[in-house]
Design a protein around this ligand. Structure first.
Ligand code: C5P
Length: 237
């Protein structure tokens, strides 16, 4: 279990609950995601603490700015020792190329992935910002652009994973949130798959937040997800 495919989203308002959970988890069971809320509240020190505890950290800050600024932000994130970071593909080819180039030559280069279309945006929302097209078509277009820029993969819905896997090949990383263990609450996620279904659909890594962080016993909840995957697929995750 040294390469866990589960990433726990530490969506907490400050460092204390994030550290409490991290202290109870084994880095061989899960990677950790630090997003905007926790990063703004707790800062880079928390990321350094988590990596010092042996965790591989996905810094989910979705950078989107001019190429020079994004490149500098990616370099700063890499210096924190994160395992994965991300940018918005709609920042354009040059921005993504600059981000990728900024990570060259590091002893351990973080994986760099792109967000395509936020899953909170539907057809009407895209039309309002001047994109009069089907969300799936734009997801594929931006994923191809990310691949052309040399990025390692994209964040996507598990429902988009089969198309992206088919179109972008076996080595392009697909990181999927919106997964829910069998029988758990869907919260505000609209279209969910179970962890095993998401892996079967072609996902490489699964981001799971509330089913673990809000569980009475988060470690047991994480273990149950591992067991569910092993039962369905006969493999560890
Ligand atoms: O609690 P839950 O499992 O829904 O958390 C999912 C995590 O993945 C959250 O950190 C959320 O911000 C993130 N995410 C998402 N949908 C996307 C992109 C990121 O749910 N399209």
């Amino acid at each position: 279990m040294s390469e866990p495919r589960l990433i726990v989203a530490l969506d907490y308002p400050d460092a204390a609950p994030a550290l409490t959970l991290a202290e109870r988890l084994d880095p061989r069971m899960a990677r950790l995601k630090v997003g905007k809320e926790l990063f703004v509240a707790a800062g880079p020190d928390l990321v350094r603490t988590l990596t010092a505890h042996g965790f591989q950290v996905f810094l989910d800050l979705k950078f989107h700015d001019i190429p020079n600024t994004v490149a500098a932000a990616c370099r700063a994130a890499a210096r924190l020792g994160v395992w994965m970071l991300n940018v918005h593909a709609s920042g354009g080819l040059k921005m993504m190329q600059a981000a990728r180039a900024a990570l060259e030559g590091l002893p351990t280069r973080p994986r760099l992935i792109a967000v395509t279309i936020l899953t909170s945006l539907g057809r009407e929302d895209l039309a309002q910002v001047g994109l009069d097209l089907e969300p799936d078509a734009q997801v594929l277009r931006l994923a191809r652009l990310a691949q052309a820029a040399g990025l390692d993969g994209v964040v996507c819905s598990a429902l988009e994973a089969p198309l992206l896997r088919r179109e972008l090949g076996p080595d392009f990383l697909l990181v999927t949130p919106g997964v829910r263990p069998a029988g758990s609450a869907t919260d505000d996620q609209q279209r969910v798959l179970t962890p095993a279904q998401a892996l079967q659909a072609g996902a490489d890594y699964l981001v799971v937040g509330r089913p673990i962080t809000q569980a009475p016993d988060p470690v047991a909840a994480l273990q149950r997800i591992h067991d569910e995957i092993r039962l369905a697929l006969g493999e560890n995750a």
